[in-house]
Ligand binder design. Sequence first.
Ligand SMILES: [Zn+2]
Length: 123
Amino acid sequence: MEHWGFNDEVKEAARTRRRLDDRDFSKSEEESVGWMPLSGERARRFEKEAIAEIGRGHDLAGLDLTAVGTCPGCDDVLFRLSDSSFAIVHLTWSGNRETPPWPQTTKLGGFVATDLAIAQHAH
Ligand SMILES: [Zn+2]
């Protein structure tokens, strides 16, 4: 359970969208467990791709997305949405608009639902 825990850095990034320093990243990579927090340029890359892929009729259409974390095991991305909920999205990386329900998305409520989804995340 602890292994796939929604780690504190991801929670913190989600709350404050603060920029994490390099030490935080290398620590996460070294441990190779849990979700890696995203910020700055790396976060923007995921956000741009999500915006490109999400089309009309998709669950997330019309919402602003902020990438806050990614799973190193499967590249799922956790986004904070402009309605204050969260969603885990599996981007296709096609660079093009997809047909809903793609990119595959799990919409979550607040932190409690997100904690649970991350804790239960498995491959
Ligand atoms: Zn994963």
